[in-house]
Design a protein around this ligand. Sequence first.
Ligand code: MG
Length: 261
Amino acid sequence: MIHRKTEQEIELMRESNQIVSDVHRLLMSHVKPGARVSELDAMAEDFIRASGALPAFKGYSSGSRSIPDFPATLCVSIDDEVVHGIPTERALEEGQIVSIDVGTEKNGFFGDGAITLPVGRVDPEKQRLMDVTRESLFRGIAKAVPGGKLQDISAAIQQHVEENGFAVVRDLVGHGIGRKLHEEPPVPNFGRAGNGPTLDVGMTLAIEPMVNYGSFKVRIAANGWTVLTRDGSASAHFEHTVYISKDGPVTLTNHFERKNG
Ligand code: MG
């Protein structure tokens, strides 16, 4: 069942998602060669807790008893890591691209967003991968309108990615969000316009294209969490939480980024 939010609930979601944006803004200046991923994670956790919120990913269950709960505040996924990278003492290196995914919970409502950032100077093709992924997110968001179909979003993302020669990950998708981090409906980054549930006022969706430089195929690392490209090529990830208002899409995360997006 898809939960539609009231205007009061949207205000609470705005608060959780604002914290997500604030964490991204905070970390942007710290993503540079030599920075330790564990330090970024600690910074994010301190900020979220000081904002009266909880880190939503920490302690998240994989649903499998053989895999420990997610141990950190951030998912930090570097180069060929697609998503769900676990922060370690590892230091960032010049030329890497780093996806930072942030989840928050405040007043019973969740926020979720991700950006991919360059570490120092990066290869122009990696930059193009990041640019196309971010653009595809905005193409998808533009289709989040009342009366549209869910896969209008999916198709817009897929078309932009594939026109630019990259591949959309199939095994992971975006999601509804609200009182739970992951709600109905799933929001694939591939599909056919005109298909899927009808979009309606009050729906809140985490739209999150994961785009690989090479093949769309992925594998899971030995830690049970981290998703990697199977061919070792780089991958980028951008995510916004979006509210469908009567006037169209309202992005609840990363307002600052829209100026460049
Ligand atoms: Mg998400």
